[in-house]
Design a protein around this ligand. Structure first.
Ligand code: NIG
Ligand code: FE
Length: 403
């Protein structure tokens, strides 16, 4: 069963005609007056609408833009409860603190499986409706062996991009025994979670885990077959980015407070990887967090000018940023982080794919997974030009029309 998607005002492919699709997304690239054919869940053809081959079925986009589905490479979706009072207090002047995580841990531990599953499904539906066709999902609100194992198992029901984040904070029952908690994380908790996870993450920050602790968690995760990624430099300058690069992490996330040495380390991590589809350690920026915590936005231009690969993601979680909207993140990154509209859309699609080391998503080159969205607007620019407006008219995931 093949489908012709035609009369596309602007088709963003992130793939040039000569690109090897096996290498994943290339640079930002778009075609005007285009069409695309989906066959067996993959992109089978793209080109001028007038030259499109016949297909079993056809969809007329009436001049709307078609983009690769968003790749949201950072989200915490397995939790119970909410923290709107904490948000309101922040807007009244109380700063964000990592300690708020503990209140979600208590609510999550107390929740039955079906409550967590229903919340996860609701957030997943929200994401899909806003164009996200690949989402990463972290554990980190269980922090016991059983609760973390439950979180990764639930996450694995909705995505292959499951991240073990037992090293989110030290839970209250280990107050005064950090070493004991790290032994638990790197021992029985990791063993219980690794079979269902692809990634290991650590919150490397004052109030969470220091550089040595974070490096130990990542090394243990690697030994258990997981690939590292890091919450880095979120609340202040710190060692997170250096820890991430030294561990060969796919991504350093947040990057709100970066020194020149951090930018240099991220840039150097990608040297020699061009053309392979991999990008060293990607800097994953989370503009919804700066929005929701009133922290300063990092300067994405500074990273791009240094040669760093930049991704955008939501960080959807009940504490520091409760948005599931990649369109909002694109708009914020354009307005507040000095990305062009093309750079922001690339970072939210191809950049996310790089941050997850995926070559099959984040682009619409022939052979890519047919993950795409149709916008109610003629170009990708509308995502930032019409902020807050529900512009996503249709979403296909692996060739299936979802929303
Ligand atoms: O990415 N930084 C650590 N974890 C989350 C926040 C979690 C929370 O506040 O519940 C984050 O911002
Ligand atoms: Fe996070």
């Amino acid at each position: 069963m093949s489908t012709l998607i035609t009369n596309i005002g602007e088709l963003v492919t992130n793939a040039a005609p000569g690109d090897d699709p096996g290498h994943g997304p290339g640079s930002f690239a778009a075609q005007a007056g285009a069409a695309l054919v989906i066959d067996q869940g993959r992109v089978a053809w793209t080109g001028p609408a007038a030259q499109a081959p016949a297909a079993d079925d056809a969809v007329d986009c009436a001049g709307g833009a078609v983009l690769p589905g968003f790749v949201d490479s950072h989200a915490h979706l397995v939790f119970a409860g909410e923290r709107s009072a904490e948000f309101a207090a922040r807007m009244a002047g109380t700063p964000y603190q990592a300690g708020g995580i503990r209140s979600t841990v208590a609510a999550t531990r107390a929740a039955p499986d079906q409550v967590l599953r229903a919340n996860l499904a609701r957030l997943n539906r929200e994401m899909l409706a806003q164009g996200t066709t690949t989402a990463e999902c972290k554990s980190g609100y269980g922090l016991t062996v059983a609760d973390e194992a439950r979180a990764v198992a639930l996450a694995a029901e909705v995505t292959p991009e499951v991240t073990f984040l037992g090293a989110h904070v030290v839970p209250p029952e280990y107050d005064g025994d950090r070493a004991g908690y790290l032994d638990l994380v790197c021992g029985p908790m990791l063993s219980a979670c690794a079979p269902q996870a692809r990634w290991v993450d650590v919150f490397c920050e004052r109030g969470a885990f220091d550089a040595d602790e974070a490096s130990a968690v990542l090394a243990a995760g690697r030994a258990a077959g997981l690939l590292p990624r890091v919450h880095a430099n979120q609340l202040g300058p710190g060692p997170g980015v250096q820890v991430a690069v030294a561990a060969g992490a796919a991504s350093a996330d947040h990057c709100t407070y970066l020194g020149d040495a951090d930018v240099d380390a991220l840039a150097a991590s990608g040297t020699g990887s061009s053309g392979t589809g991999f990008s060293g350690t990607v800097a994953t920026l989370l503009p919804g967090v700066e929005f929701s915590t009133r922290q300063p936005y990092p300067d994405a231009r500074r990273l791009l000018e240094a040669g760093v690969t930049v991704a955008l993601a939501t960080d959807c979680n009940p504490g520091s940023c409760f948005t599931s909207s990649m369109p909002l993140c694109v708009a914020l990154a354009v307005r507040e982080m000095r990305l062009t509209t093309q750079e922001a859309v690339w970072a939210a699609t191809a950049g996310g794919a790089r941050a997850l080391r995926r070559t099959d998503v984040g682009h619409l080159g022939v052979g890519a997974r047919a993950d795409l969205m149709l916008l109610d607007g003629p170009s990708h620019t509308y995502l930032a030009y019409r902020p807050g407006v529900p512009l996503v008219r249709a979403v296909w995931q692996a060739g299936q029309l979802i929303a």
